[in-house]
Ligand binder design. Structure first.
Ligand code: FAD
Length: 411
């Protein structure tokens, strides 16, 4: 068990500096181009794969860092480089985490490496949960999975939306309902292997920010996957469904336990998303600080005005506060501390809101330049806006926190 320390160890510092170098030399210089192109930056993903940043091993190593801060440090540096490219590089981990969290050892061994491909032939993966009528309310999923016992196959039908890497991925992980009457408890996750007939990309979205990251609908039309593609296996699913049906029929035993397990998984992944937001905020703050020290108006640098200097002081303070929340939650997850006050949600809420606020302040400090694409802060501001929306909106984080602190079923 690791004791909490705000002092990263030599290994963490080495990883941080290595990632920072990659972000500064490879990601940042390419950011404006891929933002304009609104395309997946395959050459950069490939470069990341060649140096070992885009690989299952790399993320597994950071994930199992006993202090918990390996992932937040990695995310902050990559997203400091650029959020759109950063998400193109780490988007696959969303699907990988779904397999790691729900799959058997055999499924993890089969699918997780395939999601990344090899440095010479990189692949991406997609996690498809959201649907047109099921965003914040994940219990409303309509995508159906029906078991064909004779063939030991699952048949999937439905439409997914907002899938990062949806349609361009080799491996898709699809969340579907097996028993709609059970809501979220009647759902299961399935791996859809590469080139499975019936899965296709629908509309690709033109977005406000993180434009280098591909986001699209995924149409699932009579997709048949072998029985072994059900994550966790049929026996485990049947047991889970039986328990859920028992509870639905009136018995309450085990209900709180099931809910807490699901919540713990979400809580544990949220700080990583918060760390991405911090990377964007820090990048915009640094640009604004440099600009304020060099831009002269009324015969002196604009930072000589308390109004501007105090803005920068607040920006830096909020970024550091957000990082502390993210690191605390990551450390809690790594050391199995219970999230009694939804500390994971707190960290994502505060970091996402901070990124949006800090980047807007940065634009203001750059004046007219801040409003142009000659400077990166307008892109950073556009990119930051997703951090109050995806992986649970700010309102949903507040809902989770308020329920945790009050024990009340707040709606
Ligand atoms: C760029 C991008 C990438 C994404 N990537 C993925 C992905 O890879 N895989 C995936 O499955 N999904 C992905 N998503 C989906 C994302 O998680 C959802 O957009 C998000 O959960 C919100 O759902 P929604 O858009 O349907 O909004 P809604 O749920 O319709 O919410 C609309 C508004 O209502 C508010 N609201 C809803 N319910 C409540 C409530 N009970 N109390 C208070 N306010 C409420 C929300 O906070 C929000 O402000 C992505 C989305 C985007 C935009």
């Amino acid at each position: 068990m690791s004791t909490f320390s705000l002092d990263p160890g030599p290994d963490q510092i080495a990883v941080r500096d290595w990632l920072h170098g990659f972000a500064a030399d490879v990601i940042r210089p390419a950011a404006a181009e891929w933002d304009e192109r609104e395309e997946t930056p395959w050459p950069i993903i490939q470069e990341a794969a060649k140096v070992g940043i885009y690989s299952l091993d790399f993320y597994a190593q950071q994930y199992f860092d006993p202090s918990g801060v390996g992932i937040p440090i990695a995310m902050e540096e990559l997203f400091w480089g650029d959020a759109g490219i950063g998400l193109s590089i780490v988007g696959t981990t969303l699907a990988a985490v779904a397999v790691l969290a729900n799959g058997t050892e055999e499924q993890i061994g089969t699918w997780a490496p395939q999601m990344f491909g090899t440095p010479d032939d990189v692949k991406v993966a997609a996690f498809c949960s959201s649907e047109p009528d099921a965003g914040s309310d994940v219990s409303a999923l309509r995508t159906r999975a029906v078991y064909d016992e004779a063939k030991d196959e699952w048949v999937l039908n439905g439409t997914k939306t907002w899938a990062t890497n949806g349609g361009i991925a080799d491996v898709h992980v699809v969340v579907a309902t097996v028993d709609p009457a059970l809501g979220a408890r009647g759902q299961a996750s399935f791996v859809v292997p590469p080139n499975t007939p019936g899965l296709s990309q629908g509309q690709k979205f033109k977005k406000h920010g993180i434009r280098a990251s591909h986001t699209a609908e995924v149409v699932i039309d009579g997709v048949r996957v072998p029985g072994h593609c059900l994550l966790g296996g049929k026996e485990k699913l049947d047991e889970r469904l039986a328990r859920a049906r028992e509870r639905a029929a009136g018995g309450a035993s085990g209900s709180a336990k099931g809910k807490n397990a699901a919540m713990a998984t979400f809580e544990a992944s949220r700080p990583a998303v918060g760390a991405q937001a911090i990377g964007i905020a820090r990048a915009a703050y640094e640009v604004a600080l440099d600009y304020a020290k060099t831009r002269v108006q009324f015969g002196r640098p604009i930072i000589d005005n308390q109004g501007v200097a105090f803005q920068l002081a607040d920006m830096k303070t909020r970024i550091d506060a957000a990082r502390l929340l993210v690191w605390r939650a990551s450390w809690m997850a790594a050391t199995n501390k219970p999230f009694t006050s939804a500390e994971g949600s707190m960290s994502k809420l505060y970091a996402g809101e901070t990124a949006k606020w800090v980047t807007s302040q940065a634009m203001q400090i750059l004046g007219g330049n801040g409003f142009t694409r000659e400077y990166p802060v307008e892109r950073m501001h556009r990119d930051s806006a997703i951090y109050t929306i995806f992986e649970g909106t700010s309102e949903i984080q507040r809902l989770v926190i308020s329920r945790a602190i009050s024990g009340m079923p707040i709606r």
